[in-house]
Design a protein around this ligand. Structure first.
Ligand SMILES: [Zn+2]
Length: 245
């Protein structure tokens, strides 16, 4: 059994590769401090979310973190270099904050990848799951405290989304194609990244200890309720919030 891909409903994968290109992999859900957003969780946490080990590097020139998924059982140049890898759970979310991209194109909503640290941050969502009987197509009002978690700290349940309304608004509420993301990673060569100027990383003391620990990590037996401040990627820009429903 491999770590990657467990708990994923393969039947629900979107086939349209154009909307799930690897460059969207970095479009991660991220919020500014003191900001409130309306966020729709698309997946069911228990059956559709996607578990993965993510290597974390740092670009000291742009001062931004760089995430690259571990290839798991395949040869991985980042594992060879002992680049630290953290287990994450991926969820697909739709952010209803109006957004304008660099080309000036406007969006009323935007599909994003939300990466939750499996060790420290997953318990929050497991508790929400139990409290509200699931996460599939649930709408939340999310607030990020100053210096809080990049994906937001306070998740207040609003309601279960009405699929007819989502369709009427032209919202694509399919789960991101996680498997396609991983498949495309297999063809990537991490060596140019490692040797690029300004790229640094923390190393683990022994080979793949996080991976060994992660493979024993179940959804029900997580007891570490510590906090982390995962570095945010500034790939999006905030606009005044608007209630879509
Ligand atoms: Zn690796």
């Amino acid at each position: 059994m491999t770590w990657q891909g467990e708990g994923v409903d393969f039947d629900n994968y979107q086939k349209d590769m154009k909307s799930n290109r690897l460059d969207k992999y970095s479009m991660r859900h991220w919020m500014r401090s003191d900001e409130t957003r309306n966020i729709l969780i698309v997946d069911d946490l228990r059956t559709q979310s996607f578990k993965i080990l993510d290597h974390i590097l740092y670009n000291s020139i742009t001062k931004k973190p760089i995430y690259r998924p571990c290839r798991g059982s395949m040869p991985c140049e980042l594992c060879d270099k002992k680049v630290i890898a953290i287990p994450f759970v991926f969820l697909t979310v739709i952010d209803f904050t109006p957004y304008t991209n660099k080309s000036g194109k406007q969006y009323t909503h935007f599909k994003k990848l939300m990466a939750i640290g499996a060790k420290n941050d997953l318990p929050l969502f497991i508790n929400k799951y139990k409290e509200h009987g699931g996460t599939k197509l649930t709408l939340w009002k999310v607030f990020r405290k100053p210096e809080g978690k990049s994906f937001g700290d306070d998740w207040t349940f609003v309601k279960r989304a009405d699929e007819a309304k989502l369709k009427a608004k032209g919202v694509d509420y399919s789960v991101l194609d996680y498997e396609a993301m991983i498949k495309s990673v297999k063809d990537q060569d991490y060596r140019p990244l490692i040797s690029a100027p300004g790229i640094t990383w923390s190393t683990v003391d022994k080979s793949k200890p996080e991976k060994d620990a992660a493979q024993d990590l179940g959804m029900e037996d997580i007891e570490d309720h510590g906090t982390t401040n995962k570095p945010a990627t500034a790939t999006d820009q905030a606009k005044p919030n608007e209630d879509p429903f």
